[in-house]
Design a protein around this ligand. Structure first.
Ligand code: C2E
Ligand code: CA
Ligand code: CA
Length: 505
């Protein structure tokens, strides 16, 4: 076949042009591919960098910290290394109260102080929201000394948005050589958790026995989180009695946990655990609902005393606590003045702005507020005067020393006088002996509570005890064993006044 030469030439020309074009395209493609590759690898390394850095504080992330630890311990001739884990106690409470923006500012200040306290040879990383790791190559100074320096650095109050915040920290320490390097971080974390579970605000060095303790505590927290649905909680009640008439003025609800295998566990142990692990909200709500039901049932049976619950710091910070309480009171047809919220003095003084808000809300709905464990915190008279509380409970420690110590008597006398000046009722708790009772009566204490009168007991036992006591003591007791405790309506509704019981309804 003859080929038209012009066509052939044309085709050749087109082909050459095409090839040229293709070659150009290919070259451009290669250039843009390699540009893309470069960009991709830059983005990848930026992403990796970002993964290695904590975006909030700028220090290493958990992953970055683990890498830094590997790098240090695997260096040829690497000596012993120390890892510290710093956990900020009760941080969740601050986060819930103030939100993320506030917390981010606070954490930046925390990091600044930790970096300064650790010194230039140390590497800091953020392991979790409120947990930091500090890597100390070599053993420049004893590890526990560094731990203390870190805690001291955080002890001064922080200022965020014109708000003063106090922090405490739990520090765990683990040291070892290259062979132990992979386990150093988890050991430091375990030592920190051990401190935290024991109440926080301390430091500890890793000890192999901690591993077992830690598993045990973790299991306890898991069980605690299921205790409500498994119906393992119960409220016990301990009466408060009027010093003069010995009538029961109130019953304080004290939470009990019947663990299926460990038996009864003290609230002094599990309440702080619940606070630290975010379980206190559900438990607090359960206590509130249960106490309201019991108060209503007792009212129906003619038992006219107040019912008191213990309110945690977390509940004070909850915006809807007072509203929830008010709804509950209304649903059960209970008068707010017949219900008491006991709040410890140290909780009340933790964050005075939060306390004022919470007390004002409780005062507004007319609930009786009691300041518990008084004398152990550092409240000023001025601060107390501004709180719409109706009652002050003298801490057990002062009562215990009454008979032997003139100093304890002087303190109790001063507390009673001050409370009466502020028109607060004074309750002494932990009264165990007749001698203590007599001193308290002489010092003008209004009400008493303690084993001398009755131990905490089930609601049913309290009803039976009351009936028994009533029958046995009709000579000395007034017409009704239970005292009507009613808030005065009107201008100062938050300041409850006790009215004498007339007769049982
Ligand atoms: P608290 O509110 O100061 O309660 C008084 C504690 O002293 C109770 O211990 C009570 O059983 C005990 N007690 C009463 N009378 C005497 C006495 O004469 N002598 C001695 N030695 N002790 C006496 P419990 O029930 O173990 O409670 C410990 C703490 O746990 C309570 O101290 C309270 O702060 C907290 N708690 C108990 N129930 C709750 C709750 O429902 N919610 C919250 N947030 N805390 C609770
Ligand atoms: Ca109490
Ligand atoms: Ca108390």
């Amino acid at each position: 076949m003859l080929v038209d030469s012009s066509v052939a030439i044309g085709a050749a020309i087109v082909g050459a042009g095409m090839l040229g074009t293709l070659g150009g395209m290919h070259w451009r493609l290669r250039r843009s591919t390699s540009r893309l590759k470069r960009r991709l690898s830059a983005a990848r390394s930026r992403a990796e960098d970002a993964e290695l850095r904590d975006p909030v504080t700028g220090v290493l992330s958990r992953r970055g910290f683990a890498r830094a630890l590997d790098a240090v311990t695997q260096r040829p001739g690497a000596g012993p290394t120390t890892v510290l884990c710093i956990g900020l106690d009760a941080f969740r409470i601050i986060q819930d109260a103030h939100g993320h923006a506030f917390v981010d500012q606070l954490l930046s200040q925390v990091v600044q102080r930790l970096v300064e306290a650790g010194g230039p040879s140390c590497t800091l990383g953020r392991l979790r929201t409120s947990q930091f790791g500090l890597l100390v190559p070599g053993l420049s100074s004893p590890a526990m000394q560094i731990a203390e320096q870190l805690r001291q650095a955080l002890a001064q109050p922080f200022e965020v948005d014109a708000h003063e915040v106090g922090l405490t920290a739990s520090v765990g320490v683990a040291s070892g050589d290259a062979a132990e390097a992979p386990r150093l971080l988890s050991r430091a974390v375990m030592a920190m958790s051990t401190v935290l579970l024991a109440g926080g605000d301390d430091r500890a060095e890793f000890d192999p026995r901690m591993a077992a303790d830690h598993r045990d505590q973790a299991a306890l927290v898991r069980d605690l989180s299921r205790a409500i649905e498994r119906k393992e909680f119960e409220l016990f009640y301990q009466p408060k009695v009027d010093s003069q008439t010995l009538q029961v003025t109130a019953a304080e609800a004290l939470l009990r946990w019947r663990h299926p295998s460990r038996g009864m566990i003290s609230p002094a142990l599990f309440i702080p655990l619940a606070e630290r692990h975010g379980l206190i909200a559900a438990i607090g709500n359960w206590v509130l609902d249960e106490a309201l039901c019991q108060a209503a049932a007792w009212r129906k049976n003619g038992m006219r005393m107040r019912v008191a619950i213990n309110v945690s710091g977390y509940q004070m910070r909850q915006d809807d606590f007072a509203a929830r309480l008010e709804r509950g009171l209304r649903a059960h047809g209970l008068q707010p003045g017949r219900f008491t919220c006991e709040i410890t003095e140290s909780t009340a003084m933790e964050d005075t702005a939060v306390t004022h808000r919470a007390f004002a809300r409780l005062g507004k709905i007319g609930v009786h507020v009691s300041i518990d464990d008084f004398g152990t915190g550092h409240s000023s008279l001025a601060a107390l005067r501004r709180l719409p509380a109706g009652e002050l409970k003298i801490d057990r420690a002062f009562v215990a020393d009454l008979a032997e110590s003139t100093e304890a008597r002087t303190i109790v006398e001063a507390i009673v006088q001050m409370a009466h000046t502020l028109r607060l009722r004074v309750v002494a708790e932990g009264v165990e002996t007749v001698a203590q009772r007599d001193h308290l009566m002489a010092l003008g204490c209004d009400e008493m509570q303690g084993y001398l009168f009755a131990k905490p007991m089930t609601a049913r036992a309290l009803s039976l005890w009351a009936a028994d006591a009533s029958a046995a003591l009709t000579q000395t007791f007034s017409s009704s064993l239970f005292k009507e405790t009613l808030a005065l309506p009107g201008a100062n509704a938050s300041r409850p006044v006790l009215l004498r019981s007339q007769s049982a309804p």
